[in-house]
Design a protein around this ligand. Structure first.
Ligand code: AMP
Ligand code: FE
Ligand code: FE
Ligand code: ZN
Length: 285
């Protein structure tokens, strides 16, 4: 069984439609793939409708969160959520707030760039997003196509970097509240790419222990942005805290260089995740 529990479609900041993403997953030899677009479940019904036979699709999401501590600046963290009830009112309301926040913040970034003379327009970003959930990758691609930078990676390292003068922050959910919402909706919260320093500052083991006290059920251990040492550290920590461990590619189509299925989840860990999720069921044969 080959299981990849973290992918993005064009419903958020991936480049493939849900149908193309699932075809890519099957062509790569996966048996199970989770669709985890940022802050939305809009891809779930599409994925259910277009799912190829033989492929199981786990409904999921990646929630934009922050770790707040008394002694330090807030740290951006991503929370994967699986098998929750998409109609749970408080959770649905928080997702809607995050999407509004994304839209407002992306527009402010684009306006700052425009004001400085960079040849991009908010209208064309909106067209590009096509009713989905906006993210910096949409702005990055527009900058590449306008010839301002030579790659999406380059855009992230310069104009769209958190230390860039054009960067605008967004107000993400307190991760402990996010974990509570996922659990209240019958879902399984898993801390995504927890040691990926490429994304910025990362939290310590004490924060992961506090998240576990708040109801966290898993850690994403095998991720392309984790080194062998980081994976070993997280696997050991998960063992001590009694957490499920997952592996996944965090595939984004051509917005990242990562291939689908480069990291996978152990079938026993997948079974544990399925047993813990009570808010919805995978789409399968
Ligand atoms: P945002 O959610 O709008 O803050 O944008 C962050 C998203 O951009 C992450 O979810 C990643 O998918 C993506 N991202 C971050 N760094 C890079 C990079 N260097 N190249 C491509 N995509 C990236
Ligand atoms: Fe993303
Ligand atoms: Fe992420
Ligand atoms: Zn992701």
């Amino acid at each position: 069984m080959r299981i990849d529990l973290h992918t993005h479609s064009s419903v958020s900041d991936g480049t493939e439609s849900p149908a193309d993403l699932l075809a890519t997953a099957q062509a790569a030899g996966l048996d199970v793939v989770a669709l985890t677009d940022h802050d939305t479940t809009a891809g779930w019904s599409i994925a259910e409708a277009v799912r190829p036979r033989g492929l199981t699709v786990v409904p999921g999401m990646e929630m934009s969160c922050r770790w707040y501590s008394d002694s330090d600046y807030p740290i951006s963290v991503h929370l994967l959520a699986y098998l929750f009830d998409p109609t749970h009112p408080a959770f649905a309301a928080e997702r809607a707030r995050l999407r509004d926040e994304r839209l407002e913040r992306a527009e402010r970034i684009v306006l700052r760039l425009e004001a400085e003379g960079y040849p991009i327009r908010w209208d064309s970003i909106v067209e590009r997003v096509d009713g989905g959930v906006v993210g910096r990758p949409h702005i990055a691609r527009a900058l590449v196509e306008a010839g301002v930078v030579d790659s999406v990676d380059h855009a992230f390292a310069t104009l769209l970097h958190p230390r860039s003068p054009y960067y605008v922050t967004k107000i993400d959910t307190d991760v402990r509240e996010g974990i509570g919402l996922v659990r209240a909706a019958g879902g399984v919260p898993v801390f995504a790419h927890g040691l990926a320093t490429k994304r910025g500052r990362t939290v310590g083991d004490d924060a992961i222990a506090a998240m576990t006290d708040a109801g966290l059920l898993g850690l994403e251990v095998d991720h392309p942005d984790h080194s062998a040492e980081q994976r070993e550290h997280l696997r050991d920590l998960a063992g001590r805290l009694g957490l499920i461990t997952t592996g996944s590619s965090d595939y984004h189509g051509t917005n990242k260089t990562t291939s689908i299925g480069v990291c996978t989840t152990d079938p026993e860990q997948y079974e544990a995740l399925l047993s813990a999720g009570t808010g919805s069921v995978p789409f399968g044969d």
